[in-house]
Design a binder for this molecule. Sequence first.
Ligand code: JHZ
Length: 414
Amino acid sequence: MKDVVKLEKCRICKSKNLEMFLDLGKMPIPNGFLKSEDLNKHERLFNLACVYCSDCSLVQLSEVVNPDIMFSNYVYVTSVSKSMLNNFANLTFRANKISNLNSKSFVIDIGSNDGSLLKFFKNYESQVLGIDPAKNLAKVAISNGIPTEVALFNLATARRVIKKYGKADVITATNVVAHIHNLDELLKGVKILLKENGIFITEFPYILDLISKNQFDTIYHEHLSYFGLTSWNYFIEKHGLKIIDVSRVQIHGGSIRVTHRLNKNAFAKKNKTVSYLTGVEAQQGLLEKKAYLEFAARVSKLKTDLNALLKQLKKQKKRIVGLGAPAKGNILTGFFDIGPDVLDYIVDSTSLKQGLFTPKKHLPIYSENRVLKDQPDYALILAWNFKEEIMRKHRLFKKRGGKFIIPIPEIRIV
Ligand code: JHZ
């Protein structure tokens, strides 16, 4: 694949009726954190813009960056947040309710990262296998007792896995669907890899939350598609899968967890929550372009308002730092042009990120204890999806007079 490919037609319905509604300009890859020796080197930037398919309603990026550029050495680790682990525990619990897991069950996780989801499945004594393209994370998973194949998941990988390990009772893929360009191949792979009575569980950020809560910074090169249940249901039915369970979960600012079976093994009746949520999506205007244009206008206003607030604080000589260095933070600071003149630094709990600099704005990243040592005046929560967990962690900073700024869904000072 070339380094960048322009999206000519809708990823799922193949229509050419794609309409642009948000242009975030040129941005570095979202997890492209830099070492100090790379700061003066040329940084590659890629267009970041969103289109809406007026035929099936799928929101998608207008260009696709080669996954090899983004995922072969990955610094995002799922196990660093408690909320994430709680969500995995809950997912596993639900899977067990449906599938009655035991020592003969075989669970495969696509995009298994450091193996933290599969660890929960091991608690049910299931046999597990992770599949992930990031060599560095697969190493971590294997050292934690989670067998992992280093590969991007596609039909060829699925065939290879069947030969080597057999078919699965449960296939999971959390925060993966949005990242894959060839989704037809993903589903074809899942279908051949699943046992007759197996289930496929996926979880992805929900377009209804993204739009209604102004989460524009979750739009980045890794996330190629932004699904609602309307577009997702259309797509999986085309592939002969059927939704048997759906729930909205709080993770990542609002996601949906969808469980499927092969069509022939599911009840014929449409799941009630699917009917309900597709109704809500229509009611909220998500099947028309207008809602997306209004969203883009709110993003522009947010940029103006946050910059005005930060400028005013800097005028008063306040010291401000960032909390969390998520991929989305690099989009927020990049698009809003928030650099070292505004934020002294960012702190993050991920050891792989500490000592590095954010792409584009080059903000240094340190470990979290620095905040208490320095006691700045304000802390901008860039990982706003974990704001409760983060504010709890930094409660002493607040007790000593520090204030949190939460930028999304709208600016709030706590
Ligand atoms: P977090 C990731 O995006 C990557 P990111 C990925 N592309 C994806 O699809 C989405 O998730 C959904 C830190 N932190 O999860 C840890 C603290 O410092 O919002 C992380 O670096 N202290 C796969 O990167 C960051 O914040 C804390 O107390 O936008 C959170 O990153 C906590 C709780 C977190 O995702």
